[in-house]
Design a protein around this ligand. Structure first.
Ligand code: KIV
Ligand code: ZN
Length: 528
C-alpha cells in the first residue's frame, strides 16, 4: 500500500515533529541508539560472552545504528573489555559507555571508549523525588551540583556527552527543566529522557518533550532523546510520541529485550517511522533488510525467544491464515500487507548446500543470513560444516545459523571442551554414559550409570568431571531444520549460586547437543 493512501496524518503533530526541517517535504533524521548490549543484557539470564557481543556489535553497525551503547564499563572487567574491544573494532557507529555520575565510573567509561573513532560517554543520575529521597538521599541542589560536575568531568575526556536524568518521566517538571538546563550548560550534547519504570503514557510523553522544548532556554544546543521501558506495553508508542514532539534520538533494543518487561523494540520503532513516514516525516539510517537476521542472532545469543506473533520479526508477522485474507493477498498484496516480508529481511529461498560446497559458498550464504565470517572463524565453521555434510546430505539455512551460533557462543580460551562420549541405554538397564572432557591442560573421564535416561546421565557425568553442581531450570530441544536427519539444538538455563546461565549446543545427536550446551553454560559460569 502506498503511504499516501493511508488516512491523513494529524497536521499539528507532523508540523510539531518536523523540528528543524527547512521545508515541509524535508524529513528529519532520527538517530537510532541501540542499547541491546547494555540495557538488553540486563534481562535475567541474557548475559553474552565477548564473542557474542562483538558479533552483535558488527551486525548493529551493518544495520546502520548511529550509536551502540556497548556496556557499563565499571560493572565488571568483562564489561570494560567488551566495550573497549567493540570501540576498537567498529568504526562506522558511535560507541557509547554508560557511567553513573561519579569520577570512577566516568574515568572507566572514558578509558573503555578511548579507541573508538567516535566515542560517547552516557552519564546518568536519578532526579525524581522517589529516587532522590529513598535511593540517593540527596537534595535537589545536591543533584544539580553532582550532575554538573559529572557532565563537566566527562566532557573533559570526550566531546560527545549524553546525560540522562534517570526516572525523568516521574520528575517534577520544574526540577527536570532545571537539571536539563544545567547539564547542557555543563557540556551535555544529548539529553535523554528515560521512562525508567515504564509508567508514562504517549500523551504525557508528548507533553514532557514539548514542555522541555518550550521551557529550557538552551535546549537547542542538545539533541533530545527518548528511552522507554515496556512495563505497561507502551514503550514503542511512547518513543514514537516523543519523536512526534521533537525527539531526535530513540533508545531501543533488538527484539525489545531489556530490564524487566524490556525496552522499546528497535525493529518496531524503525518500521513504524518507515511505513508511516507520511505521518512522522522522519528517516533513519537503518537498512531494514537486516532486521530479521539480527533479531535471530540476538535471540540465539541471549536465549530469549521471539514470540511467533511479534511485530516485524515474529515467524507469523507475515503469515495470512484466514481464507478471506489469503484471497485478498492473491488479488493484491496491499489489501492485507502494509510492509513486505522481504523489506524486513525474511528470505524466501532456503538454498541447499552440501558436501561439495566450498568455503566461499558457505561464507556467502552466511552473509545473506547476516553473519560476518572470515579468517580463522570462517575456517572453524567450515570444518564443522564438512563434518555435518558427512552426516547429513543437505545443509539448510537453519543448519548454517546453528553452526555459526555454536562458533560465536564458544568463547575463545574456554575452560572445558568435549573430547568424546559413549552412551548406552535400553529398556532393561539403567543408561550409562562414558564421558571425556578436556580443560585445556588435561583430560578427565568418568563412567556414570545414574539418572532416568541418557540425557540425565549426561548431566550427571558433566557435573562429576567439572565439579559444578547445577540446577537445571529450563531445557528445550528443537530441530534446526526440517527432516528426520535435522540437527537438534539444545537450549538450557541452569542456576549456579543463585544466578542464571544459558547454554546452547547443536548436533545431530541430542545427547551430544546436551553435553555441548552444558559445557557452554559452565564456560560462561567460569568466565563470569
Ligand atoms: O532506564 C533507565 O533509566 C536507564 C538509564 C541508565 C538511561 O537505562
Ligand atoms: Zn533503561
Amino acid at each position: 500500500m502506498s503511504s499516501s493512501s493511508t488516512p491523513a496524518a494529524d497536521e499539528s503533530a507532523v508540523v510539531e515533529s518536523n523540528v528543524g526541517a527547512e521545508s515541509a517535504s524535508e524529513k528529519r533524521h532520527i538517530r537510532i541508539f541501540d542499547t541491546t548490549l547494555r540495557d538488553g543484557e540486563q534481562s535475567p539470564g541474557a548475559s553474552m560472552n565477548l564473542n557474542e557481543k562483538l558479533e552483535v556489535a558488527h551486525q548493529l553497525a551493518d544495520l546502520g545504528v548511529d550509536i551502540i551503547e556497548a556496556g557499563f564499563p565499571i560493572a565488571s572487567p568483562g564489561d570494560f573489555e567488551s566495550v573497549k574491544q567493540i570501540a576498537q573494532a567498529i568504526k562506522t557507529s558511535t560507541i557509547c559507555g554508560l557511567a553513573r555520575c561519579n569520577e570512577k565510573d566516568i574515568m572507566r567509561a572514558a578509558d573503555a571508549i578511548a579507541p573508538a573513532a567516535q566515542g560517547r560517554i552516557h552519564v546518568f543520575l536519578a532526579t525524581s523525588a522517589i529516587h532522590r529521597e529513598f535511593k540517593l538521599r540527596m537534595t535537589p541542589d545536591e543533584i544539580v551540583r553532582r550532575a554538573v560536575e559529572g557532565v563537566k568531568l566527562a566532557r573533559s575526556r570526550c566531546e560527545d556527552i549524553e546525560f540522562s536524568p534517570e526516572d525523568a518521566c516521574r520528575t517534577e517538571h520544574d526540577f527536570l527543566c532545571r537539571v536539563v538546563e544545567a547539564a547542557i550548560d555543563a557540556g551535555a550534547t544529548t539529553i535523554n529522557v528515560p521512562d525508567t519504570v515504564g509508567y508514562i503514557t504517549p500523551e504525557e510523553v508528548y507533553k514532557i518533550f514539548q514542555m522541555l522544548r518550550n521551557r529550557v532556554p538552551n535546549i537547542d544546543k542538545a539533541v533530545l532523546s527518548t528511552h522507554c521501558h515496556d512495563d505497561l506495553g507502551m514503550a514503542v508508542a511512547n518513543s514514537l510520541a516523543a519523536v512526534a514532539a521533537g525527539a531526535g534520538q530513540i533508545e531501543c533494543t533488538i527484539n525489545g529485550i531489556g530490564e524487566r518487561a524490556g525496552n522499546a523494540a528497535l525493529e518496531e520503532v524503525v518500521m513504524a517511522m518507515k511505513t508511516r513516514s507520511d505521518f512522522y516525516q522522519c528517516t533513519t539510517r537503518i537498512d531494514s533488510k537486516r532486521l530479521v537476521p539480527i533479531s535471530r542472532l540476538v535471540s540465539k545469543v541471549t536465549g530469549i525467544n521471539v514470540q511467533r506473533n511479534k511485530a516485524i520479526v515474529g515467524r507469523n508477522a507475515f503469515a495470512h491464515e484466514s481464507g478471506i485474507h489469503q484471497d485478498g493477498m492473491l488479488k493484491e498484496r496491499s489489501t492485507y500487507e502494509i510492509m513486505s516480508p522481504e523489506e524486513v529481511g525474511f528470505v524466501k529461498t532456503d538454498l541447499v548446500l552440501g558436501k561439495h560446497s566450498g568455503r566461499a559458498a558457505l561464507a556467502d550464504r552466511a552473509k545473506t543470513l547476516g553473519f560476518h565470517l572470515e579468517g580463522e572463524e570462517l575456517q572453524r565453521v567450515f570444518e564443522q560444516f564438512k563434518i555435518l555434510a558427512d552426516k547429513k546430505k543437505e545443509i539448510y539455512d537453519g543448519d548454517i545459523v546453528a553452526l555459526v551460533q555454536q562458533e560465536i557462543s564458544t568463547a575463545s580460551g574456554q575452560a572445558w571442551s568435549l573430547v568424546s562420549y559413549e552412551v548406552s541405554s535400553s529398556t532393561a538397564k539403567r543408561p550409562c554414559v562414558k564421558l571425556t572432557l578436556s580443560n585445556g591442560t588435561e583430560e578427565k573421564s568418568v563412567e556414570v550409570s545414574e539418572g532416568d535416561g541418557p540425557i540425565d546421565a549426561a548431566f550427571w557425568a558433566v557435573e562429576q568431571i567439572t565439579g559444578l553442581e547445577l540446577i537445571c531450570k529450563e531445557f528445550r530441544v528443537r530441530s534446526a531444520t526440517l527432516g528426520r536427519d535435522a540437527q537438534g539444538e539444545v537450549n538450557l538455563e541452569v542456576e549456579y549460586k543463585g544466578k542464571l546461565y544459558r547454554g546452547v549446543g547443536v548436533s545431530t545427536d541430542s545427547v551430544e547437543s546436551t553435553i555441548l550446551a552444558m559445557l557452554n553454560a559452565i564456560n560462561r559460569i567460569i568466565a563470569s
